[in-house]
Design a protein around this ligand. Structure first.
Ligand code: PEP
Length: 231
């Protein structure tokens, strides 16, 4: 099964040794570790591909705490997560900043993994998603949009949020089809995916893969998940 698996490690694990162990077993996944581990992980041949969790919104060097596209490129990064909900909602990253990051990721030839998703599931979800897609992809050409992946991640389904529950494959499919009616590119699902439910999502032809947070930072659980995917 040719599906895309993205591991978003967030601020995990707490040591380089654990990061190296995790990376070695993450065969065929796109692994997005904390920036500080990128250099050492780039030296390991594991079959995993390196991604970054974020990118600076401009190449101008006067930006305390940011990491530039050029720096990421030198570390062998191929994919960049753009607009993750934890950055949008917890850090106040605006649509305008997300849009700038997306444009810059394309300038540096990364494949952007663009996160979108509603905060609450009610009848307004289509309007919300349409607005988020329009502002995130504002000013991009059709050719540029084709180079992106979308990760549909309903915020209420992300395991770090109180009361989170995975979306059902049916509801996820409703959203994915709606997204694809606006931008017809590959869409991944993210939100409490684990080894037990991954097959429910990736068996749907419309869902091109999954973005995995919590379950990607437990070695055993992620090995199980990857085994499920390859069955
Ligand atoms: C995420 O944060 O992108 C995510 C999908 O997390 P989790 O799998 O832990 O819900």
């Amino acid at each position: 099964m040719n599906k895309i698996i993205v591991a978003n490690w967030k601020m995990n694990p707490s040591t380089l040794k654990e990061a190296e162990e995790l990376f070695r077993v993450s065969t065929n996944a796109i692994v997005c570790p904390p920036f500080v581990y990128l250099e050492e992980l780039s030296k390991i041949k594991s079959g995993a591909i390196l991604g970054a969790q974020d990118i600076a919104f401009s190449d101008e060097p006067g930006q305390t705490g940011e990491v530039s596209g050029e720096m990421l490129r030198q570390l062998g990064v191929k994919y960049v997560i753009i607009g993750h909900s934890e950055r949008r909602w917890r850090l106040g990253e605006s649509d305008e900043i997300v849009n700038k990051k997306l444009k810059l990721a394309l300038v540096h030839n990364f494949t952007p993994i663009v996160c979108i998703g509603e905060k609450v599931r009610d009848e307004s979800f289509r309007g919300f998603l349409k607005g988020q897609i329009d502002s995130t992809f504002d000013g991009l050409s059709g050719e540029q949009i084709k180079k992106c992946l979308i990760a549909y991640e309903p915020v209420w389904a992300i395991s770090t949020n109180p009361g989170a529950e995975p979306d059902t494959p049916e509801t996820a499919l409703e959203s994915v089809n709606f997204i694809k009616s606006i931008v017809n590119i590959k869409v991944l699902y993210g939100g409490s995916v684990d080894s037990k439910n991954v097959k429910d999502f990736i068996s749907l032809p419309e869902i091109s893969g999954v973005l995995v947070g919590g379950a990607s930072v437990s070695k055993e659980e992620f090995i199980n998940l990857l085994n499920e995917v390859s069955k």
